[in-house]
Design a binder for this molecule. Sequence first.
Ligand code: HEM
Length: 221
Amino acid sequence: MKHKEMVYLTPMPVRIWHWLNAFGILTLCITGLQIRFPEYISVFGAYKAAIRLHNTAGVVVSISYILWLSYYLLVARSLIKLYVPTLEDLKSGIFSQAYFYFLTYFFGRPNPHHSRPDSKFNPMQKAAYLVIMLVLLPLVIVTGVLLMYVSPLRELLLLLGGIKMLVGTHFLLACCFTAFLFVHIYLATLGHTPLAHFKPMWDGWEEESVDDSEPAKTVGS
Ligand code: HEM
């Protein structure tokens, strides 16, 4: 037998970080496009205005990233548990999750992963979020800061391959974020209703269907 249960999945600091970060990254993508292709895109009027907005959004995303990292490392102390895939995840979990997303979802089969406060993400989410949050986001922040202070950091820039290399890397990272955003938003709509995974990012709570034969787990955060 199965029953429905409300699970508190996303604490308030994570929700505030997420939407600040999402808004900031979207602003960065749009202003970045205008800065890169000014002859085709002019969403924010003058070129200089787009640069100012891009730099401001970059600072907001960087500060909120430091807060996110501090929260997970020092307050919740659950970064490794939630975000690092286990050996089991890598050996089989990722494949059964991909099988669900690519095939069985379309036949109405249930998601093999049930979110719990101590196991919020399925193996694919863990792998993707780990790369995004601990590799790509820090890299885009560092390359962005270097590009904001080209003159004072000239020596360091030359050591890292010069400005062209840096601009290219920053642009490539931005492309990764744009691709991630499309996949992230699409996969987030694959809950038992299209908005089921959005709800916990708004009020913290998600409705989960629980198998009565499973051993009970603590709910909280
Ligand atoms: C408009 C843009 C965005 C929307 C609509 C959105 C939507 C969502 C939703 C519905 C969830 C909860 C379900 C899930 O875990 O998949 C989520 C979680 C998450 N998203 Fe996004 N997202 C956006 C942008 C971003 C961006 C730009 C990043 C990273 C750079 C990001 C990183 C994450 C992370 C790390 C989580 C898990 C948070 C946690 O519970 O610790 N999202 N997002």
